[in-house]
Design a protein around this ligand. Sequence first.
Ligand code: BJW
Ligand code: ZN
Length: 247
Amino acid sequence: MEFSSEFIDKLKSAKSVVFFTGAGISAESGISTFRGKDGIWNKLRPEELANFDSFMRNPDMVWEWYQYRRKIINDSHPNRAHLAIAESEKLFDKVSVVTQNVDNLHGRAGSNTIYELHGNIERNFCVKCGAFYNSADYNFTEQAPRCEKCGGLVRPDVVWFGEMLPQEVFAEAEKAAEWSDICFVVGTSAVVYPAAYIPLTAKKNGSYIVEVNIEETDLSGYADYSLFGKAGEILPEIMVVLKEIRS
Ligand code: BJW
Ligand code: ZN
């Protein structure tokens, strides 16, 4: 792939970069996206699963869906896109990963600074007393578990529609975006807010926005540079160029 000279100049001078990622970055690891051609929400209605009222009305149905996804995630591995981002830490002064994903694949790939805006599917907590439960430490079944301490329902520690994002994490992510020289927007439809403000905040503060996606998105009009293709192919190619520049 040929990159523009403007992009290569930006790569040369950039010190601080942000990778804002979404479900598309994990698609090549075998994890379905939500929207788009193969999105799981073509078959399931998000409002029936990803909100607190649905969980309270039908905890087993919602829990079963998360157990199903946990299994897929546990059986998956970080792909070349996650690994390229982790490797980029050797080539820039500061790399922050701001992810909407709950699959922990950036962590497993070795990235060090990760802001998880929508939580993490491995963590759970009691809706009544707040006690934390790590999936790895419990033999959860398909039925929504009950808290050992108070008998309340245990839910996944993810952010559902209508819920606040973790405020400190979001504030740190915004700072990283503000200070970035380049903001890579990878594999997200950029339709879910407030997460989708991250690249807009970066842009407002003079960062160079590079979108990597298989198709156009709501953000494409704001991007300074759009690279259409698979994240697992494009990001390693960027790393090759970056290594040449930095060697
Ligand atoms: C590839 C690829 C490859 C595929 N390579 N690319 C402002 C305006 C409008 C609405 C709102 C607003 N502010 C708030 C709202 C409401 C709502 C919202 O945004 N709604 C819109 C959807 C209409 N937001 C909220 O409710 C948020 N909370 C909130 O605002 O609270 C404020 C508040 C609360 C209380 C009182 C008062 C105020 C919370 C949002 C939570 C989102 N949660 C989910 C589920 C998480 C748990 C779980 O995983 O189950 O998060 S929804 C789902 O969407 C998930 C994702 O993180 C999120 C984003 O999706 P993402 O990652 O972009 O994936 P896709 O599938 O959409 O896109 C994949 C992309 O990859 C596509 O573009 C493909 O082309 C591409 N691709 N293969 C590269 N190989
Ligand atoms: Zn409890």
